[in-house]
Design a protein around this ligand. Structure first.
Ligand code: NAI
Length: 457
């Protein structure tokens, strides 16, 4: 006899655990099935460990550059094992907190692989049977690979492997210049690895504004990285402990390790679904409507398993939409064009809304303003003047896009994200006070300039 719940969630990453927590907070009885650890990719194999290593790189850069402040230090050394232990401490602390939260909300967790059959019946591979009035599918994604580049964790690594390394390779080729590729290339390069970044498209960071990408590429190159765009990766050969990646036209690059970061594919292996009406598209993503409803009544899907930006905070938002729908409450569907994006390479990238090109392609009559951090007093003080803020607005209308690259922009995006979602005009934002001296003044100056009355430029 199946155990009854108001909601059964399969998958305990950000999408799944947010659905469980939100429903439990609304007084529902909730079961969560997870085959590995609650927290999912984000906590154990993604955002959190990656940002830990990027912070390690940042500390390394700061110490290496300390002399310009008159702070006398030796050239820093690196013990990646210590950093890995610290990463694990941070992850474990967050993991413990999350488990405590689930317990406090009386969410019953089942360890195993869950599959969904007819009639909302979820079977766990330990033999448990659960029935949910509603079901949320949140099984996430795994790294995609390239044919012929089977990850072995030794010479060919995925992001999962990189986040467990305790020894820095002397050289590495990173295949794929999206968010993961740029974050890893930046981190490895700053720690002293000789990095070649290989991207198939003409530009790195597809989806980012062209001016922002130019700043990132300039910085990567200045720091000694080789950036190759528009390249085809055709295969590899291994010899003498090294791996040679063959590119088109007889070119190649020989390195110690290869990191494959060419996207992530949805994970529905073992999820059943054959006896349900849930639809999966040709790429493997579960099909949902704007309320996260699948084609099977009462069954929802959220997070990386649906074809929306693969970001933890998008998973959180989709989970809230799904639960509000099952509760019969008013809701605002996720507006994917206005989602905040934060990429933690050095220099950091953060944006929300349309790029200049996308706004023009959509037929907007646009006005654009850009301000560099090199005239920002705080940026000069901290010695991080590389980067800019770019704001795109409809002529005599709202702000359509805010794009930032530079120091701590992932923490600065707040008002940019808010102005895009609030459909604020440059004049609305320009009348707000930006404290001095702060990095945020560059955004203030950029919107003020769009009103035709900039103070400093
Ligand atoms: P991605 O889809 O963002 O980028 C993959 C890149 O690889 C693309 O630029 C693509 O053109 C390139 N590529 C594909 N095949 C190639 C080949 N054979 N040779 C050379 N280049 C090739 O995927 P990524 O970076 O792996 O990230 C996966 C997901 O995780 C994305 O949705 C990403 O947005 C998300 N993510 C977001 C982060 C953030 O916002 N900070 C951090 C890490 C991941």
């Amino acid at each position: 006899m199946a155990e009854e719940f108001d909601l059964v969630v399969i998958g305990g990453g950000p999408g799944g655990y947010a659905a469980a927590l939100y429903a439990a907070a609304a007084g529902k009885s909730v079961a969560l099935v997870e085959k590995d650890k609650v927290g999912g990719t984000c906590l154990h194999r993604g955002c959190i460990p990656a940002k830990h290593y990027l912070e390690t790189a940042s500390v390394f850069r700061t110490v290496a550059g300390a002399k310009v402040f008159g702070v006398q230090t030796d050239q820093p050394g690196l013990d990646l094992g210590v950093s890995r232990d610290r990463k694990q401490k941070v992850v474990d602390q967050l993991w413990k907190g999350l488990q405590g939260l689930m317990k406090k909300r009386k969410i019953k967790t089942f360890a195993g692989t869950g599959s969904l059959g007819a009639g909302h019946l979820v079977t766990v591979d330990d033999g448990s049977e659960l029935h949910g009035t509603h079901v949320v599918l949140a099984t996430g994604s795994v790294p995609r690979t390239i044919p012929g580049f089977d990850p072995d964790g030794e010479k060919i690594l995925t992001s999962d492997h990189v986040l467990e390394i305790d020894k820095l390779p002397a050289s590495a080729a990173v295949i794929g210049g999206g968010a993961i590729g740029c974050e890893f290339a930046s981190m490895l390069s700053d720690l002293g690895c000789e990095v070649t970044l290989l991207e198939a498209l003409p530009k790195l960071l597809p989806g980012c504004d062209a001016d922002v990408v130019d700043v990132v590429v300039r910085s990567f190159k200045k720091r000694g990285m080789t950036v190759r765009t528009g390249v085809t990766v055709e295969g590899h050969e291994q010899a003498n402990g090294q791996i040679t990646v063959k590119l088109g036209e007889g070119e190649s690059v020989t390195v110690d390790q290869v990191v494959v970061s060419v996207g992530r594919r949805p994970l529905t292996d073992g999820l059943g679904l054959e006896d349900t009406r849930v639809e999966v598209d040709e790429r493997g993503f579960i099909t949902v409507d704007s309320h996260q409803r699948t084609a099977e009544e009462g069954v929802y899907a959220v997070g990386d398993v649906v074809a929306t930006p693969q970001l933890a905070h998008v998973g959180f938002a989709e989970a809230i939409v799904a639960v509000r729908d099952m509760l019969g409450e008013d809701l605002v569907p996720v507006d994917y064009g206005k989602v905040p994006w934060c990429i933690y390479c050095h220099p950091e990238v953060a944006f929300a809304g349309m790029t200049e090109q996308a706004a023009r392609d959509a037929g907007h009559d646009v006005v654009v303003s850009k301000h560099s951090f090199n005239s920002n007093s705080r940026a000069m003080i901290i010695g991080e003047t590389e980067g800019l803020v770019k704001v795109i607005a409809a002529k005599n209308g709202p702000i359509l896009g805010v794009h930032m690259v530079g120091p701590w922009v992932t923490e600065q995006l707040g008002e940019g994200w808010l102005s895009v979602n609030w459909e604020a005009t440059p004049d609305d934002m320009g009348q707000l006070i930006h404290p001095h001296p702060t990095l945020s003044e560059t955004f203030g100056e950029t919107v003020l300039t769009l009103t035709g009355r900039g103070l400093h430029g």
